[in-house]
Design a protein around this ligand. Structure first.
Ligand SMILES: Nc1ncnc2c1ncn2[C@@H]1O[C@H](COP(=O)(O)OP(=O)(O)OP(=O)(O)O)[C@@H](O)[C@H]1O
Ligand SMILES: [Mg+2]
Length: 289
């Protein structure tokens, strides 16, 4: 356990961020290079969301502020699921962005689920309407922000940084402390327009990619085409963890695997891991020799 309590370890001047899973850290020369964007791709039920919980939990143990965006489930379901694996998020100072009140103490983790995104979308729309003035009705109409707009996501992330107190001044874009960012999943933002995946990934990266932000971005995998749902994120990411399952109709059981497809600045393991999800522990990886 102690192996990943420190947030960063340095190998040849690269700061490494723990994934919360010892075998994975070892396969990455100590962890993910700080400031990387890691795409987590895979079919339903392969363990993507649980991998995110480990990454967030390792951050809390290490004292890193965490921004946790969950479009797939309400955060209380994330908490419930994580508890089954001995990660007790409730014991930490959590602030839900959809809350009406500002936190009385600086939180350790800011949570953004669909209700939080709705609130930010409403605020964006209101502030746009109030600044656009007379005669701009046409534009105002077009600028009604939705919860799953990429601009809403970007605004929500900046609001989370403000609440976490990691910006030196209100208008600053870059956190001065190391932050962990989790987006589960990105696919929700291009669900009705998969051709936009690459552009949206770029927009997000330009707006939020900073040397002090290490991110996990989940991307769902389309079973039918055997490719990620929406093309683009994998190219923009600095690293890719790909998860899959053997054909259950043939094997008649759930057999999961994971492979590090890429990780910049890292001589990472090239073989796959067998991936198990175990009560009380969560994702357990074993490198296939
Ligand atoms: N308490 C538990 N003990 C053991 N295994 C569990 C437990 N809870 C969940 N699992 C396993 O974890 C799987 C879900 O993993 P996870 O939610 O990370 O998948 P995912 O890749 O995020 O899927 P999706 O794309 O549908 O979001 C379940 O299908 C189940 O097999
Ligand atoms: Mg999931």
């Amino acid at each position: 356990m102690l192996g990943f309590l420190s947030t960063t370890r340095t190998t040849s001047s690269v700061f490494r961020v723990s994934t919360g899973i010892r075998e994975l850290d070892e396969a990455l020369e100590g962890g993910i290079p700080k400031g990387s964007w890691v795409a987590i791709t895979g079919e339903p039920g392969t363990g993507k969301s649980i991998l995110c919980m480990h990454f967030a939990w390792a951050g809390l143990l290490a004292g890193d502020p965490v921004v946790y965006i969950t479009t797939e489930a309400e955060f209380r379901d994330v908490v419930r699921q994580a508890k089954m694996f001995n990660m007790d998020f409730e014991s930490r100072r959590i602030h839900d962005i959809s809350s009406r009140e500002e936190p009385s103490e600086t939180p350790e983790i800011v949570v953004i689920d669909i209700f939080g995104l709705l609130k930010i979308a409403r605020q964006l729309t209101e502030s746009y309407e109030s600044t656009s003035g007379e005669g701009a009705k046409e534009i105002v109409k077009k600028k009604r922000f939705a919860a799953l707009d990429i601009q809403t996501l970007i605004a929500a992330i900046h609001e989370a940084y403000r609440i976490l107190g990691v910006l030196r001044e209100e208008k600053a874009k870059s956190p001065y402390r190391h932050v962990r960012l989790i987006i589960d999943s990105m696919s929700a933002f291009w669900a009705d327009k998969p051709a936009m995946a690459r552009k949206y990934s770029y927009d997000l990266k330009i707006a939020t990619h900073r040397e002090n932000v290490t991110a996990y971005l989940v991307s769902q995998y389309a079973m039918t085409t055997r490719s990620t749902f929406g093309f683009g994120l994998e190219h923009i990411a600095d690293g890719v963890f790909h998860l899959w399952m053997e054909n259950v109709e043939e094997t008649r059981e759930v057999k999961r695997y994971m492979i590090i497809k890429k990780m910049r600045m890292t001589n990472h393991a090239k073989s796959a891991f067998k991936l198990d999800i175990i009560p009380g522990r969560g994702v357990v990886l074993e490198l296939i020799k």
